[in-house]
Design a binder for this molecule. Structure first.
Ligand code: AMP
Ligand code: ZN
Ligand code: FE
Ligand code: FE
Length: 285
């Protein structure tokens, strides 16, 4: 993190800042779009990307809230796809979030997620952990329902004593109540994003097992950028990813991937990137 401070905060040329990866209550974030915008303002961000899992409902309320504070909201979505056994996330920046066809496609994905949550709840019951689907859906609210909401319900009912325990005991990969999501192939996710005017960028590239092969495969499949700047990246990670973007002519993006404290800390403000990145994204459209 000190590394970022060194390269960005002390640079006198940077006068505007952005964070291009923030979740809201429309997926598994704990902050509403309005809260995200307020916090972004408090931390002196000039542009933020609203990035929810398979959901775009948070974009419009964020834009509305941002008007008064003069913050630019970049519409985006984070799609899950599967490469071998790995869940790979692709962000689509500047996706046409008002397109009715896109809204319909995402609605179908949401419906499948509800069916999956139902299956997981049934499996949990067989394991003796009786959580109700209604409660899980209530916790998801307007958002995309997922394992984080099931974990929260398990915690409420006292079947586990920490959020993490839900994943190693019940709903993590290879656990008894785990049900895989129906996932897109990367080429389909990339095509979907491009078809609706978006720029596909590989999210958290260092997080995948065998990341080098996965990154190269995604580049070959048509990704246009990599998330180079993330809180957890080391100086070496940044160097490695930057070299890949140079070699393959890709955009560099980044952000906090803030989930509003669901995974610990509220991250907005921890990483303030130069606004230049937004300009480059716009030019790529
Ligand atoms: P889903 O999309 O429903 O499969 O849920 C995936 C989300 O669950 C991820 O984005 C994480 O927020 C969370 N998650 C997955 N695995 C773990 C884990 N081992 N510990 C904590 N959270 C996890
Ligand atoms: Zn998430
Ligand atoms: Fe992700
Ligand atoms: Fe994310």
């Amino acid at each position: 993190m000190d590394f970022f401070k060194k390269i960005f905060s002390t640079s006198s040329k940077v006068s505007k800042y952005c964070d291009l990866h923030i979740h809201t209550t429309y997926s598994d974030g704990l902050l509403s779009p309005g809260d995200v915008v307020s916090l972004a303002h408090k931390h002196g961000l000039d542009a933020i990307a609203i990035v929810d899992h398979d959901a775009i409902g948070g974009i419009e309320p964020a834009i509305e809230a941002a008007k008064k504070l003069n913050i630019e909201v970049i519409p985006a979505v984070e799609l899950s796809c599967i490469v071998g056994e790995t869940d790979v996330h692709v962000i689509g920046y500047y996706i046409d979030y008002r397109n009715k066809k896109l809204v319909q496609i995402l609605k179908e994905i949401q419906k499948k997620r509800i069916e999956r949550a139902k299956l997981m709840v049934e499996r949990l019951k067989k394991q003796g952990a009786k959580v109700e689907l209604e409660r899980v859906l209530e916790l998801a609210g307007e958002g995309t329902v997922g394992r984080p909401h099931i974990a929260q319900a398990l915690l409420e009912e006292g079947y586990i004593s920490s959020y993490d325990e839900a994943f190693w005991r019940y709903i993590g990969y290879h656990c008894p109540a785990y049900v895989p999501k129906e996932k897109l192939k990367p080429q389909d996710a990339i095509k979907l994003i491009k078809d609706f005017g978006g720029i596909p960028v590989l999210a958290h590239p260092m997080s995948y097992n065998g990341h080098h092969q996965i990154i190269l495969y995604l580049i070959e499949t048509g990704i246009q950028g990599l998330e180079v700047w993330r809180c957890e990246h080391t100086e070496e990670d940044i160097k490695y990813l930057t070299e890949l973007t140079q070699k393959h002519g890709l955009l560099k993006t980044g952000g906090t991937d803030c989930h509003g404290g669901r995974k610990g800390k509220i991250l907005i403000g921890e990483l303030k990137l130069p606004y230049e990145i937004v300009k480059e994204l716009k030019d790529a459209r």
